[in-house]
Write a protein that binds this ligand. Structure first.
Ligand SMILES: [Zn+2]
Length: 227
């Protein structure tokens, strides 16, 4: 095939804080564009299970209780991206986490004549996110989801669905914990945002609206960068 007409797989990086709906959006992108979402945890598990060279190296490191090095992760990523199902492209989720990893990723892509098409940042308003996440609770009987502000039971203290009167709240969904999770996310991601901004591939998506609206914005952006 003529090199000029070869379409190289798209490489997208998805950045977003916990609670921004990153997983849901990534799945929609997979369905719509035939992309494959690659998260570091899954990559490592799969490579270890498949017993590839890099997988065996990762297994040895993890069994020794150490963190898998960037070099091993990059090798696993390289192997995975060469699989036929990634022909249309990949959505990287959770990698890179640092600018050192971002540079290593750039090295890998240059070596395979690829580039990052977009680093997409799902943008949220922290104060609003705290209200959304910390207000969540579920029925202890049937698991129906409720919210202090957005979905209170019609009859006070009684589940609309099953009538149960006990509810569960996740301990780590309290306001302080959510705020500190967001702060940690911003601190960790800021250098990456700068890094991709400098490369001219950073794209921001307003992630505070309805899931379908966010999906529409995101899909519009992805179809633009994949052309
Ligand atoms: Zn219920």
């Amino acid at each position: 095939m003529d090199a000029a007409t070869t379409i190289s797989p798209a490489v997208l990086i998805l950045l977003g804080p916990p609670g921004a709906g990153k997983g849901t959006q990534a799945r929609m992108l997979e369905d719509k564009f035939g992309l494959v979402q690659l998260s570091t945890g899954d990559l490592l598990r799969d490579a270890v299970a498949a017993g590839t060279e890099a997988g065996q190296a990762a297994k040895a490191v993890m069994e020794a209780g150490d963190l898998v090095s960037d070099g091993i992760v990059i090798a696993i990523l390289r192997d995975r991206m060469a699989q036929p199902d990634c022909a249309k492209g990949v959505i990287l989720d959770g990698f890179p986490r640092t600018t050192i990893q971002a540079e290593a990723l750039d090295g890998l892509l240059v070596a395979s004549d690829q580039k990052i098409d977009a680093a997409i940042s799902l943008q949220v308003e922290d104060a609003e996110m705290v209200i959304r996440i910390s207000g969540r609770y579920t029925c202890a009987g049937c698991g129906e989801g409720f919210h202090d502000t957005f979905k209170i039971p019609a009859k006070d203290g009684k589940c609309d669905k099953c009538g149960h009167t006990e509810f569960n709240r996740r301990a780590d969904d309290n306001a302080e914990t959510v705020a500190s999770r967001l702060a940690a996310y911003h601190a960790q991601t800021a250098p990456l945002i700068d890094y991709y901004q400098a490369q001219g591939v950073l794209k921001g998506i307003d992630a505070m609206g309805q899931i379908d609206d966010i999906a529409q914005d995101l899909q519009g952006l992805v179809s633009e960068v994949m052309n």
